[in-house]
Design a protein around this ligand. Structure first.
Ligand code: PEP
Ligand code: MN
Length: 346
């Protein structure tokens, strides 16, 4: 259920409504907008009786039953876009945010060169896996804690925020010590123990769409994280498995527009895993900007031919520079479309 309070309701009025909802056995979660408070009620109870009772209260504007099982992440619950602040920048706000860096952290020289290179081209976050989900147990598994320390060093040198993957609930507190954003990979999108732990990790989370997951399942996974206490979730389309073999995955670019209709959470695109092929990456970056994504997660390596993972889909630094340069006219249009009337009037 979602209960929208009348404009400028007082704290006492809001508390009374919350109390009534709790009496019906629901947990409540209030979101304070600029002018109005919206209350989400979750749990199991007599929905009809609760709705009728709450609707009869004079302070309540509207009380509605929500058919979507994801309440907290639904746009019906929170109509304004969520803006997620990370290290001085805002994801989901008025700036298109580029996160870039190698698939894996491999060495100090590699991550420092990558960090300096992507920072100089306007990236705001440095990506790099220290814990790697690999299909084969014989492939490089990541530098783990050593990799996290190298990322921290790159952050100190460049000021870039860090996004890196965490694969197990055991490692959440360790990775959260070093990372600004915890990445949940496609293979772990439905690792529910991990999702619950992320509710209390104190960091923003980038949740990647599972390779065989529907948009509804992606939103349900995001709901786990928010329902367990962490509203700072960013969604990422990274391609899904289909019969098509020309690309590593099939980029479901429409998912960005679908998610924009369904959720207030920011949505970014990973064109690297979506295609598996560096020559296709710039075109998908343009598509992401045009469709209104909030940002990109791009694999960039100073020497892709030497990469221990995902070299074929990684841009080198000069290709990344050109891609960012060529994206600028599209970003200017993006910015125009994002500026809210209130901001435009200033
Ligand atoms: C990655 O970002 O390097 C990665 C492993 O991505 P995904 O989980 O989307 O496969
Ligand atoms: Mn990768």
């Amino acid at each position: 259920m979602i209960i929208s309070m009348k404009l400028h309701s007082s704290k006492e009025e809001i508390d009374q409504v919350c109390e009534r909802i709790r009496d019906f056995g629901y947990k409540i979660h209030a979101i304070e907008g600029e002018e109005r408070v919206v209350i989400g009620a979750v749990g199991v109870g007599d929905v009809t009786a609760c709705l009728e009772s709450v609707e009869a209260m004079p302070q309540v504007e509207k009380a509605v039953r929500i058919s979507a099982p994801y309440k907290f992440v639904s746009k019906e619950f929170h109509t304004e876009r969520s803006r997620i602040r990370v290290n001085g920048c805002e994801i989901g706000g008025d700036e298109f945010i580029v996160m870039a860096g190698p698939c894996s952290v491999e060495s100090e020289n590699q991550i420092m060169r990558a960090a300096e290179g992507v920072a100089a081209c306007g990236a705001k976050l440095l990506r790099g896996g220290a814990f790697k989900p690999r299909t084969s147990p014989y492939d490089f598994q990541g530098l783990e804690t050593e990799g996290l320390k190298l990322l921290a060093k790159a952050k100190r040198a460049t000021g870039l925020a860090i996004i890196t993957e965490v694969m197990s609930d055991r490692d959440v507190s360790l990775v959260a010590e070093y990372a600004d954003v915890l990445q949940i990979g496609a293979r772990n999108m439905q690792n529910f123990a991990l999702l619950k732990t992320l509710g209390k990790c104190g960091r923003a989370v980038l949740l990647k769409r599972g390779m065989s997951s529907t948009i509804r399942e992606l939103l349900m996974s995001a709901e786990y994280i928010v329902a367990h206490g962490n509203p700072n979730v960013i969604l990422c389309e990274r391609g899904i498995r289909t019969f098509e073999t020309a690309t590593r995955n099939t980029c479901d670019i429409a998912a960005v527009a679908v998610l924009d209709e369904l959720t207030h959470l920011p949505v970014i695109l990973d064109p690297s895993h979506a295609t598996g092929k560096r020559s296709l990456v710039p075109a998908l970056c343009r598509a992401a900007v045009a469709i209104g994504a909030d940002g990109l997660l791009v694999e960039v390596h100073p020497w892709p031919e030497k990469a221990v993972s995902d070299g074929a889909q990684s841009l080198d630094l000069s290709q990344f520079r050109k891609m960012m340069h060529d994206l600028q006219p599209y970003l200017d249009l993006w910015k125009e479309s994002r500026v809210t009337p209130a901001t435009a009037a200033v």
